[in-house]
Ligand binder design. Sequence first.
Ligand code: FAD
Length: 455
Amino acid sequence: MSAGRRPDVVVLGAGLSGLTAALMLQEAGLDVQVVEARGRVGGRIRSVPTAAGTLESGGATIGAGYRRVITAAERHGVGLVDATPLLRFFREQELVLDGGLVGRTEWPDHPANPFPERDRDLMPWNFARVLTERENPLDTPEDWLDPSYARRDVPLRDWMKGLGLSEAAIRVGYDLNPAFGRDAADVSALLVFFRAAFSASQRRAAPEGVVGFNLEGGATRLPERMAAGLGRGVHFDREVRRIEDDGRGVTVRCAGGSVYRTRRVVCSLPFPVLRQVALDPPLSGLQGEAVRELPSQPVTQLHFGVRSPFWEADGLAPSLYTDGPAGMFAAARPDSASIEVTGFTAWVMGDQARRLDALPAAEAAALVTREIESVRPAARNQLEFIGLKSWGADPFAGGAWATFRPGQVTRFAAAMRVAHGRVHFCGEHLATASRGMEGAMESGERAAREVLECG
Ligand SMILES: Cc1cc2nc3c(=O)[nH]c(=O)nc-3n(C[C@H](O)[C@H](O)[C@H](O)COP(=O)(O)OP(=O)(O)OC[C@H]3O[C@@H](n4cnc5c(N)ncnc54)[C@H](O)[C@@H]3O)c2cc1C
């Protein structure tokens, strides 16, 4: 396998899905070249070393049932760390509504609580999760693509209304900081059921008392070790701009003039990026429509260090869940060994993220800091802005994860993963039975199998 020889397969993108496909193809005896636009591997996995420890600003938490990710970590010598103590900070948060703190013990009887009697003790960040798991019509995660559930491909809002929930309950229970879409009207209930069924399957797989795992030394370790196993390595700083399939082979053209000629391509680019790439022949029909229209969720994270443990001074939980620009202001414990809080990450999603993205980073940080300090005076001058990562504004991601609008699951899901001549597709957006990092690997395996089946 010399650098001068044409690779059998060129894999576009060195995220988890592309690396999974590349290693599988290499193990089957093919000569594989991975081409990556960034100067690093991992894509939407991004561990950032800071003075406060290693911060995760992308995928990090591994469910106990992530069979592929766990096997890959073991195989590549990356340790798993029990993440349960860290995840506590997502469960135990203080609620901030309309700029005011609502104590957790006050919430069940608080006048702003719009939930029905049975669920008044659910905090807003748990409401949609508990509801969609309890009332989930799907038996298994895979069911979301079963045509018999197609009638559920409706706005989540309609489904919630069908359960008798008020507009206020839908707003507080879903719309404050939505993981999918702008609000409950903008997301397919089927996608949310899929996510809930997948989460439930993770819980069933978990050993008693364990919620999930992190990777020792930071999540980026895994893609780094995977890439180290590639015979040809990864070609960095090659932004793919054009893919031409002439029926006998494929030519991949990058910004800056690099050109690759190969028998087949595995393309892991997220759709907001693939939209910008010229395919010849072009994608058509539902597949072309899916690439143009499938949204990816805007998520912006702001990382802060702390000068003193202000939560000990005011006796509140470290984390806050707000309906303002700070989104979910979650305590971070960047190093796996302790449960000490060493920083915070504001997770801001949907339209709030878009609004922050329109500001310079320092102004966005000032806005978030002001919101925290106004509800929690003990935090005054105690937060130190470290950095901002907008996945929505990232030119090589275009969002944090794929989301489906009402009707898009039944319209696009089957068509969008079909090979286009000699070009095969993978990426978390094309997973059928799992989500996140596990979904990325699932899709990479499927694309590699497709290539191998073509001979
Ligand atoms: C904030 C955040 C938190 C998350 N939390 C979790 C979590 O806790 N658990 C979990 O399981 N998942 C989580 N995820 C999701 C998980 O990180 C992703 O599903 C997974 O990493 C996606 O892998 P991928 O290979 O599909 O895509 P990517 O990682 O995006 O890989 C695509 C690659 O293609 C490259 N590329 C893009 N354009 C071009 C181009 N033109 N030319 C060449 N290369 C290009 C990109 O740079 C990238 O490296 C999170 C994601 C985010 C953003």
